[in-house]
Design a protein around this ligand. Structure first.
Ligand code: ZN
Length: 142
């Protein structure tokens, strides 16, 4: 049984929990959302995938798609996860249109420490709206 670690210990900030390994399902906020223990504003649900609004939206449309199965990150996904990951990606266009982003959108999957993943349960951010998004990665000084 894995111990709960303070967020500061694993290099994440702004959260009071940390689930750094694939067996962290008890602590995992997205597993709690999947189980209905933490409320969310759902945009989609089927047997394998849950979609819900980000609590801190970066744009008029900003929701997340997560596999109901706990997969810690894309860096740890395996061949057995190809089906659910494909389903998440192919749902994103339909859901983005339904949510008010009719002419495209941006998907972001942050993975691990380098990718600044904040919740260690694989999630796809789907971000958009009626107007084009700004750049989200700043370029080095030129
Ligand atoms: Zn989880």
């Amino acid at each position: 049984m894995r111990e709960k670690r303070p967020a500061a210990e694993c290099g994440f900030s702004g959260r009071d929990y940390c689930a750094t390994t694939g067996d962290g399902m008890d602590d995992c906020i997205f597993c709690k959302i999947v189980r209905g223990e933490v409320p969310s504003k759902k945009v989609y649900e089927d047997d394998e995938v849950l979609g819900f609004h980000d609590i801190r939206p970066l744009a008029p449309v900003h929701f997340m798609l997560v596999p109901k199965k706990h997969i810690a990150s894309l860096a740890e996904a395996g061949a057995e996860d190809a089906g659910v990951l494909g389903r998440m990606l192919t749902l994103s266009g339909k859901l983005a249109r339904e949510q008010g982003s009719p002419e495209g959108f941006r998907t972001i999957i942050n993975s691990g420490r380098i990718g600044r993943q904040d919740v260690m349960h694989l999630h796809i951010h789907v971000i958009g709206g009626p107007e084009p998004l700004g750049a989200m990665l700043s370029k080095p000084n030129v």
